[in-house]
Write a protein that binds this ligand. Structure first.
Ligand code: NAD
Ligand code: PRE
Length: 302
């Protein structure tokens, strides 16, 4: 049996439109309703036939939903929750896809105290945004971390987990705070580093007259992809997951200082040991079949 019959998606950008496409593909009998605050996005969503119905207000989108998924930037979750509160059916489950969980869970439960709020985070994405950027296979073979709250009943959590399994994701459960700490190092810090290094190189470009960009090879190009990610989304992630990110940034700065010291004092053994350790980590990830480039190619071409 399908976990939900009527799904409402609020925020029809990269993630919301990918969910809509995936629901169409893998659960075709489910009725999809969509809403986005942007009239331009709503028009695009209608043209792309992402949903059975695209409404002009958030309230109108939820009136007969049995699952509502918030796919807006994490800083907009509270505003959307307050907009839908009066129209949300009492038995509808509310979930979200935000990149950090503790602050979003607090915002959603504050505005929707009578509802089952079951937060989740598909650990899958790209540097693109908007309704045209989504694709149905985005979640296939990727983790979706469900972060249940103490007030959740088991059936609601299982229905949300089953929804993500149907979209092709592997589901794991974690406490919201633990999720935020893990993702601070595996996702948030890498983005902060990419934003920094590309900005630094661009500043340098004023001095070297375009050589930085012109001669940038593999490593720097990879950073530019990450640094092209959506500025609103990432501004909100860093403001919402402040403590965990600052904690990880402190550790990172200490490790960077150690490498700086090794370079200054010619300590080749320290450099070699660190690089050998990280090479082994990458190889073990590839051995486990988690090489993103290969996986992304597979998903987009099947
Ligand atoms: N991009 C990724 O790689 C990725 C991966 C996993 C999770 N996420 C999370 O998914 C969420 C959406 O990210 P995205 O990449 O789809 O962004 P996006 O910019 O592509 O889409 C967000 C959409 O939300 C709409 N929106 C903003 N405020 C709104 C409001 N008040 N009411 C209704 N609609 C509103 C915007 O108009 C936009 O269309 C974020 O919370 C992000 O943290 C992103
Ligand atoms: O592949 C990318 O472009 C991503 O940045 C995806 C990525 C990640 O860091 O892994 C980004 C943010 C999300 O919350 C989940 C996934």
């Amino acid at each position: 049996m399908l976990p939900f019959a009527r799904v409402t998606i609020i925020g029809l950008g990269l993630i919301g439109s990918s969910i809509a496409r995936a629901v169409r593909e893998y659960m075709p009998s489910v009725r999809i309703t969509g809403h986005d605050v942007s009239a331009e996005v709503r028009e695009a969503a209608r043209a792309l036939k992402l949903a059975d119905d695209v409404t002009d207000t958030a309230g109108a989108a939820v009136t007969d939903a049995d699952l509502v998924i918030m796919c807006v930037p994490v800083g907009a979750m509270a505003a959307v929750a307050s907009e839908i509160a009066a129209d949300l059916p009492g038995d509808a489950i509310v979930s979200d896809v935000g990149s950090c969980k503790a602050s979003v869970a607090a915002a959603l439960t504050a505005h929707l105290p009578a509802s089952q709020v079951v937060p989740a985070h598909p650990v899958a994405g790209t540097e693109q945004s908007g309704p045209e950027a989504g694709f149905a296979t985005l979640f296939r073979g990727r983790w979706c971390i469900v972060t249940p709250l103490t007030e959740n009943d088991e059936v609601s959590v299982e229905r949300v987990a089953e929804f993500w399994r149907r979209l092709g994701a592997d589901v794991e459960q974690m406490a919201p705070d633990h999720h935020d700490l893990v993702l601070a190092v595996t996702s948030h810090l890498p983005h902060l580093i990419a934003y920094t290094i590309v900005g630094t190189a661009d500043d340098l470009q004023q001095v070297t007259q375009s050589e930085v960009i012109k001669f940038s090879a593999g490593g720097f190009r990879d950073f530019t992809r990450i640094a092209a990610s959506d500025p609103v989304m990432w501004r909100d992630v860093f403001l919402s997951n402040k403590d965990a990110v600052l904690d990880m940034l402190q550790r990172f700065s200490e490790d960077l200082s150690q490498l700086q010291r090794a370079i200054r004092w010619g300590d080749g053994d320290a450099l070699y040991d660190r690089f050998a350790r990280t090479r082994a980590i990458r190889r073990s990830i590839v051995d486990q079949g988690q090489d993103d480039a290969a996986a992304d190619f597979g998903r987009k071409h099947d």
